[in-house]
Design a protein around this ligand. Structure first.
Ligand SMILES: CC(C)(COP(=O)(O)OP(=O)(O)OC[C@H]1O[C@@H](n2cnc3c(N)ncnc32)[C@H](O)[C@@H]1OP(=O)(O)O)[C@@H](O)C(=O)NCCC(=O)NCCS
Length: 245
């Protein structure tokens, strides 16, 4: 019981520290469903470990009714887990969550539906998972990783990485930008098509050079549209309004 109250105090302090919207401990205790779900999980997890499996699941479902957050009683949660907003968040049976983790609303720590036994993710310490992100399967997300909102992560991720996209790919590692040079690295179902197109273009360029005896630049320099060719255009120019230059 003492450890429960100690962890409640820690949870409140962590929210006050990390959420600019939190103004007082009273507000945090009353208005944060993410904390309510985690606190009820202490009870459901205790029931689960003591063999009261039905009661454990019942308690977790009651918590879901009030908070919109479903945490399986068997899931192992670290200290100071902060589920911000929370609605639609699901944490599966064999998930393991490290300390000081933040999950936004709609995050799923789920299974792929293909595995048995340990089939949910393991998160390291200080992991942040953006809203709507899905982390699926028995994979490990290293310490200090950040997963972008809306991403779908299906493979292990090394510590200190930022992952975005569907399927998720690393864009930052140890604070440095990761440049993807091979479309296969993204493991998108379209990667194969892109690779095939690239090799066909290379082949056509070689044939053209062979027949016309004209040399082409090493890389294409213009984008072609219906009206004819347009000069090389940078992403900044293309999306001027977004980049606000
Ligand atoms: C992933 C995230 C942590 C990255 O933040 P960051 O370190 O500041 O990184 P950047 O914004 O510089 O983004 C790095 C690259 O990833 C891209 N990116 C960032 N977030 C992305 C996302 N969710 N999906 C797809 N691409 C994303 C950026 O466009 C950028 O690519 P570019 O350099 O080619 O333009 C952040 O964008 C994010 O998604 N946070 C979740 C926040 C959230 O869910 N809030 C909910 C509050 S209720």
């Amino acid at each position: 019981m003492t450890s429960f109250f100690r962890s409640v105090r820690e949870d409140i302090a962590a929210v006050l520290e990390s959420d600019p919207a939190a103004r007082s401990a009273f507000e945090v205790i009353i208005l944060y469903p993410g904390l309510h779900a985690v606190w009820v999980h202490h009870l459901s997890h205790w029931l689960w470990r003591h063999g009261l499996r039905f009661m454990a699941r019942y308690v977790s479902q009651v918590a879901r009714l009030f908070t919109g957050i479903e945490i399986h009683p068997a899931a192992e949660l670290g200290r100071r887990l902060f589920i911000d907003h929370g609605m639609g968040t699901v944490i599966g049976e064999t998930a393991i969550v490290g300390d000081d983790v933040t999950l936004y609303q709609g995050v799923t720590l789920g299974g792929t539906g293909k595995e048995k036994g340990k089939r949910h993710p393991t998160l390291g310490d200080k992991v942040v998972i953006g809203s709507g992100a899905k982390v699926l399967g028995n994979i490990t997300i290293g310490d200090n990783c950040r997963i972008g909102a809306g991403s779908v992560v299906l493979r292990n991720v090394p510590a200190n990485s930022t992952i975005v996209g569907v399927p998720g790919h690393i864009v930052l590692r140890d604070g440095k930008r990761v440049v993807i040079t091979d479309p296969k690295e993204i493991r998108d179902p379209l990667s194969d098509v892109i690779i095939k197109l690239a090799s066909e273009i290379k082949e056509l360029r070689q044939k053209f050079q062979h027949h016309s005896h004209e040399s082409l630049d090493a890389e294409p320099t213009a984008m072609i549209d219906e009206e004819g060719s347009t000069p090389n255009i940078s992403p900044q120019e293309l999306f001027q309004d977004d980049y606000q230059i």
